[in-house]
Structures are given as structure tokens and as C-alpha cells.
Design a protein around this ligand. Sequence first.
Ligand SMILES: O=P(O)(O)OC[C@H]1O[C@@H](O)[C@H](O)[C@@H]1O
Length: 226
Amino acid sequence: MRIALASDHAGFDYKERIKLFLIESGHHVHDFGTNSDVSVDYPVYIRPAAEAVAAGECDRGIVLGGSGNGEAIVANRVPGVRCALCWNVETAKLGREHNNANVISIGQRMIDFEEAIAIVQTWLETPFAGGRHLRRIRQIDRHHASHPADSNGHESPLPHRTDLIDQASYICDSCREEFSFPVDISDGADQQVLEKCPICCHENTIQVSLDNSGRLTIRGDQHING
Ligand SMILES: O=P(O)(O)OC[C@H]1O[C@@H](O)[C@H](O)[C@@H]1O
């Protein structure tokens, strides 16, 4: 993966150590600074990293500071970024499963380095669960689509992610009733989502594939829905 990294002085040490870990794990790191522990202002470094993720120049981003709070706030002001503030493995896991977090924020003064690495590893490995969580993310992005101007009154040059949402239908593996669910095609051509049946509440494991002509194929454990 292409990973954007950025910190201020308070996150510099972990940024450098996480960078080594990522490179050793085979990732491509784009380091947006800072380059020392001399006091700086975090928006200067965090915003360009978040923008690189939103623009698709990097697949994911990791931002670090003292608490991680200011860094998460800056990243989340960039449309298309979903930054989760993580302080343990569980928040990293849920940040992926529920929020499809493409950026995480870590507070170097809050947790030890072993925990920080465990967070990064979990966040890299955990897939998005989709289903009801996708519906909620869609609602966040809808808000951006209807509020396209930034705080300076400039329109966002980024595409609205609502353009990338499609609807699919599925016959529940348990009660055989058909229901529909949203698919975010920007999440990749092959996705696995967990979708709870609105009739019987059975949790269906659904494979979603998108071919080159834009056709969605929906497969379950037991059948192909087409
Ligand atoms: O070192 P100082 O400037 O006190 O604090 C910087 C940190 O304070 C928080 O807003 C941010 O997390 C930032 O990293």
C-alpha cells in the first residue's frame, strides 16, 4: 500500500519508527514531515498527508501528535478522509469495520510504542464490514455533497463519493426474502460485506464483484443473486 505519514514534533519519534515498520512490511511510505522534534504547528504537516489520501495519491494515511486529537480534527476536515483516533487495538479494528477509516490518528504521549504498532497492524489488516456501516458513511458523504464549500468558501475539487454508491439486492440465506443494500464501488472491485437481513436479522456474508463494464455481481455462501 502507498501510505501517507505525517506528525508534528510530539509525534515525530513514533512516526519515524512506524515508517521503518511499514517499509520493512513492504509498504510504500510518503513522509510529509515533520523532520525533527522541534516544536511546529501540526496542521502544516497533517493536512497535506490527508489531502494525498483524499486525492488517491496514497491509499491510506497515519497522522501522529501528542494526543492525536488535533491531528484527527485536521484530517477529518478534508473531504473523503475518514480519520479514526485510535488508542488501542479495538478502536483500530472498529475504525476499519465500522468506519472504513482510511486515516488513523495516534497520540504518542498517550500510548506506548508496542500498542501503536499493534494499532497500525490491526488497521492495515482489518476489512470494512460494509452493510449498515456503509449506509451511515453514505450519510456523512451526502452531507459533504450538499455542503461542498470549504471554510474559505471554495468548492472542493474532489469528486463526491456519493457518485460511487450503487444499490444491490440479495436473497437472505436464512428467510429467503429479498432485500437491498448499498455498495460503495470505490472500496474495490472485490469486496466482502456483512449485511443483516431487515426481515429476519440473519447476518449474511456477501461477496460483491464489479467487472470492467461496471456490472455488479452479488454472491452469497449459498447462491448467486446476479
Ligand atoms: O507540544 P505541545 O505544543 O504542547 O502540544 C502539541 C500537541 O497538542 C495537541 O494539540 C496535538 O496532539 C499536538 O501534537
